[in-house]
Design a protein around this ligand. Structure first.
Ligand SMILES: Cc1cc2nc3c(=O)[nH]c(=O)nc-3n(C[C@H](O)[C@H](O)[C@H](O)COP(=O)(O)OP(=O)(O)OC[C@H]3O[C@@H](n4cnc5c(N)ncnc54)[C@H](O)[C@@H]3O)c2cc1C
Length: 485
């Protein structure tokens, strides 16, 4: 049973997988805070449902405030103070950030979202912002106290999030030293963030993704009035610790990031940071679901003994722990690669394309794994699992969102195919995996991937999922051996 014990603590699991962990005392303190205070707050926020939007103050002035219990801010600010965003830039490494995200997501995968989108905002600004924008906006995003600003990343419009080239209708018009944006964002998480990065099409730019650019949009105009408006908040099944709304941009003051004609690369970079975070959060959620199932299985008795002591259930736990390790290895490989190539700008290196492939595999597989683990954990709880008053039900609700945002499984599979076909990223990945263990299964899969890539476009897409899934699982299994060393 000692083997399964590590499921109970996110830090114990991380320590069992990674040879070195930077800032261990910070992570220990973070875990303690969640155990003593965070869990209680997070549970209450989730059960309270959609937060409340107060659009006007008593004098009738538009304010668009979101009302949360005061403890919400305590929970949210905890991660910022610990360094989930500022460490990435100050220490020039993403490892501390994603380690913190793993820890936090074990307790509340929703609160990982504000951290992720704030990170995406800060990194884009640091990489592509003009000197003036950086001087004005970067320091508040990197503050270490409760006055820290938050970021947001808004691309999706009513026409859909998968096909941004066709669906982004927000228009950007140049105006003296800045831009004015007009349009509507349909899924906008962290709706009251002080600063958002927003996809828009400069007037006269070509159609499709090539005509998109990325802009910084502050919450307030230079004159102090609201620069963007919240039309309404989404009533979601999960991630209630992040307010997601619909945003109206009406001649909103904005600042261009990078060059207007290469915005799509910047947008994809933001999405990639989020996909890696999504993968880390998915594995943490899966661990949490298994930990809760374990705690229940140790108390519940059936047929004269604890259900954990029945051979079938115990075997299932052991298999799930192995799959958790494999999923973690895949997610962590995407972290490691991003840490290595994250500051590259287009045109990217071969290594960057391998990162992209691993990130698509990880986003796809870890989210699927989180959903299946949450469903299985619910089953272990029997009938109690479906009741809103216990936690197993929450993990399934949260997991469903992880599989959709930052691009559904279809998107990951198709983008993964693209990077294999156009950049041959799979060849480098296979060479790396063979260096860990050259198995027959690996060689067979390599031939199957090549066969898939040679098919006619329609057939290739139709048959892609089975091969992509095998590639994700086998990569995770191989990488898991590497992380054990
Ligand atoms: C809680 C939550 C918060 C969110 N927050 C944000 C945010 O802050 N910022 C932001 O920009 N977005 C956000 N999103 C939006 C999210 O990124 C999109 O939901 C996601 O990208 C999918 O887009 P869609 O919902 O419009 O589905 P669609 O793009 O309409 O797709 C519908 C279905 O069709 C499938 N599909 C599409 N194209 C293909 C194809 N070629 N082949 C096969 N299947 C295909 C999709 O995979 C999906 O299953 C959020 C979403 C949720 C649920």
């Amino acid at each position: 049973m000692a083997l399964l014990d590590m499921l109970r603590s996110p830090l114990a699991f991380l320590e069992s997988r990674l040879p070195t962990i930077p800032h261990l005392p910070v992570l220990r303190a973070e875990q303690e805070w969640w155990k003593t205070d965070g869990v209680r707050i997070s549970d209450a926020i989730d059960r309270a449902g959609t937060p409340w939007l107060r659009m006007f103050d008593p004098s009738g002035r538009r304010t668009d405030e979101i009302l949360y219990p005061p403890e919400y801010q305590t929970m949210l600010r905890q991660g910022y103070r610990s360094g989930v965003v500022w460490r990435a830039l100050e220490e020039n490494s993403l490892l501390p950030t994603y380690l913190l995200m793993y820890l936090v997501s074990f307790y509340d995968p929703g609160v990982c979202c504000p951290y992720t989108v704030s990170l995406g905002t800060a990194v884009s600004l640091a990489k592509y912002g003009g000197v003036e924008s950086q001087a004005r906006f970067l320091p508040p995003l990197l503050r270490k106290d409760n006055s820290v600003w938050q970021g947001a990343t808004w691309m999706t419009e009513i026409g859909g999030g998968s096909d941004l080239g066709a669906s982004v209708r927000t228009i950007a018009r140049p105006s003296s030293d800045s831009w004015l944006l007009t349009g509507d964002k349909y899924f906008a998480s962290n709706a009251t963030a002080e600063l958002a990065v927003v996809a828009a099409r400069p007037e006269g730019a070509p159609p499709g993704v090539r005509g998109l650019a990325l802009f910084l949009v502050p919450r307030y105009r230079d004159d102090g009035s609201l620069n963007r408006f919240i039309r309404r908040l989404k009533d979601k099944i999960g991630t209630r610790s992040v307010p997601t709304g619909e945003i109206e941009l009406r001649d909103s003051e904005a600042y261009l990031l990078g060059r207007a004609d290469s915005g799509i690369y910047l947008i994809l970079e933001v999405l990639n940071l989020s996909r890696v975070a999504n993968s880390v959060a998915s594995v943490a959620l899966a661990q949490r679901a298994l930990a809760d199932a374990l705690a229940y299985a140790e108390c519940r008795t059936a047929f004269g003994k604890r259900i954990i002591d029945h051979a079938l259930l115990r075997h299932q736990f052991e298999v799930r722990l192995e799959s958790l390790r494999s999923a973690f290895a895949l997610a962590w490989e995407s972290v490691r690669l991003l840490d290595e190539v994250g500051m590259e700008r287009p045109p990217y290196s071969e290594r960057y394309h391998v990162f992209r492939l691993v990130a698509h595999l990880a986003k796809y597989w870890t989210a699927e794994f989180a959903v299946s683990s949450a469903k299985w954990a619910m089953e272990v709880h029997g009938g109690l699992g479906v009741l809103g008053e216990y936690e197993a039900e929450r993990w399934l609700r949260e997991a469903m969102i992880l599989a959709i945002w930052e691009g559904t499984s279809h998107r990951q599979i198709l983008d993964g195919l693209e990077v294999m076909e156009r950049k041959q990223a799979h060849k480098t990945l296979f060479a790396q995996l063979a260096g860990i263990a050259r198995t027959e299964e690996l060689q067979e899969l390599e031939s199957d991937v090549q066969r898939l890539l040679n098919l006619r476009p329609d057939h290739k897409e139709a048959e892609a999922e089975a091969v992509f899934r095998r590639l994700a699982i086998l990569s995770g299994d191989h990488l898991s051996r590497k992380y054990l060393q």
